[in-house]
Write a protein that binds this ligand. Structure first.
Ligand code: SF4
Ligand code: SF4
Length: 429
């Protein structure tokens, strides 16, 4: 397998957006009558599920499909389950969507949890807090985490949600970080702050990693390389090398949850409308995006695009009813008139993708293997798994080849292939 050194040949010319100086108070979206929760396990209609249509659920109740399930969601409202079905994402992954019809009269009390001072207890109830804390990774015995990085930086262009949370809640983040240290017993906790940002003043008691404003400096692999002196090996995650990244919002939510012994559901989001105007929002997890668009009179027409995330590595959703998720920071709406069309033209070997790739991958050759569905060769010979998913290659491609989509799909297919061969091996043992 080729293992390329990880440095930039040509410095990309894109900069992250700083937080707006005149911060508007977020618009609080009312909790809708129906909430949609995505559970990361597909329902099997042939099996008896613990979640039943028509059943009453309490606010804060943990919902699992089967007694042996390890995945769960927490209901943000009291109400009844009105629908259970399969949800298919853009890569073909299946999960389950649950619709909960809010009961107007029973939404005062939230279930309290018996939270103990260990990470297993946090993982048992708080995995779906706003900011999606990585408690599953932190609690896993397979990971030996020695460093936690709290991110007050945004990973894509135009995004500012993490900076906003960091600027508004430094005390809560510091309190959450103390709890996190206690739960994990990890002594090294750092915080990323954009270089030159005033946010820094709020975190003077923590080790601050000041990240460059040049894209893609805030991606985990770049932070590992630039600040922790770790080159992430191909196909590995930061957790594999002992580092766990957690968003500022997740740390804040953790502090609140340990204070009240309950889950919280209010997610901070930035909505970027078709005209580029930013709207800062708080909405309950499970709120359909259509409800948020309605508040800002954002009209979605046929062939417009709704992107979850930013312009470089966000992913489009096909439904207006996609719910607000714990890890969702930004929603961008693109008018069909400005969407850059992709093409099925062949690569003209201009080399722009190779020049801009921060992981030094021969993208022009890699994509030929991906287009031919040769995922294992793409990984073994052309470093598919070294890609840090910055999306720069697709942005500059002269032939408008959807390089990033090919890469994402290639990684997904490769992971599926590996999982099936591992299953086969286990079955043959
Ligand atoms: S997305 Fe493209 S440019 Fe970015 S690391 Fe991957 S191959 Fe390189
Ligand atoms: S930028 Fe596009 S056209 Fe140019 S070499 Fe890369 S894949 Fe080919």
């Amino acid at each position: 397998m080729i293992k390329r050194s990880f440095f930039t040949l040509t410095k990309p010319g894109f900069s992250y957006d700083p937080i707006e100086p005149d911060l508007d108070k977020p618009e609080s979206i009312p909790v809708p009558d129906n909430l949609i929760l995505l559970l990361n396990e597909p329902v099997n209609h042939a099996k008896q599920s613990l979640i039943k249509k028509g059943a009453f659920v309490k606010k804060g109740e943990k919902l699992c499909l089967y007694s042996e399930s390890t995945e769960y969601v927490i209901s943000p409202v009291a109400g009844s389950i009105s629908d259970i079905d399969i949800f298919l994402d853009a890569l073909g992954n299946t999960s389950t969507y649950l619709v909960i019809k809010k009961d107007q009269n029973k939404n005062t009390d939230t279930i309290t949890y018996n939270l103990k001072n260990d990470i297993t207890s946090a993982d048992k109830y708080l995995r779906t807090l706003p900011g999606a804390p990585p408690f599953k990774s932190l609690a896993s015995k397979d990971n030996k985490i020695n460093t936690i990085v709290i991110t007050c930086t945004d990973t894509d262009l135009l995004e500012t949600t993490s900076q906003y949370v960091a600027s508004q809640f430094p005390t809560e983040i510091k309190q959450g970080a103390q709890i996190l240290k206690k739960l994990t017993r990890v002594s090294r906790v750092c915080v990323t702050i954009p270089k030159g940002s005033k946010i820094k003043a709020g975190f003077d008691t923590m080790q601050v990693l000041e990240t460059s404003i040049k894209y893609p400096s805030n991606l985990p692999a770049m932070i590992l390389k630039d600040h922790l002196n770790i080159i992430l090996p191909a196909g590995q995650t930061p957790e594999d090398v002992g580092v766990c990244f957690i968003s500022a919002e997740a740390v804040c939510s953790l502090g609140k949850a340990y204070g009240t012994k309950t889950a919280n559901f209010e997610k901070h989001l930035t909505i970027i409308g078709k005209n580029g105007k930013r709207h800062r929002v708080t909405a309950s997890i499970g709120t359909s995006l259509s409800k948020i668009f309605k508040v800002f009179n954002i009209q979605i027409n046929d062939d417009d695009r709704i992107i979850i995330g930013g312009p470089m590595h966000g992913s489009a959703t096909y439904t207006l009813h996609h719910p607000v998720q714990p890890d969702m920071n930004t929603i961008m709406i693109q008018d069909k008139a400005v969407i850059q069309q992709i093409s099925d033209s062949a690569c003209i070997n201009c080399g722009r993708c190779v020049q801009i790739c921060p992981a030094n991958i021969p993208v022009n050759i890699l994509v030929r293997y991906l287009e031919a569905d040769q995922y294992e060769d793409a990984a073994d010979k052309y470093d598919l798994e070294s890609c840090i998913e910055c999306g720069l290659c697709a942005y500059v491609c002269t032939a408008k080849i959807p390089l990033f989509q090919h890469i994402k799909l290639g990684k997904h297919e490769l992971a599926t292939l590996k999982a099936s061969s591992e299953e086969l091996e286990t079955a043959n043992e």
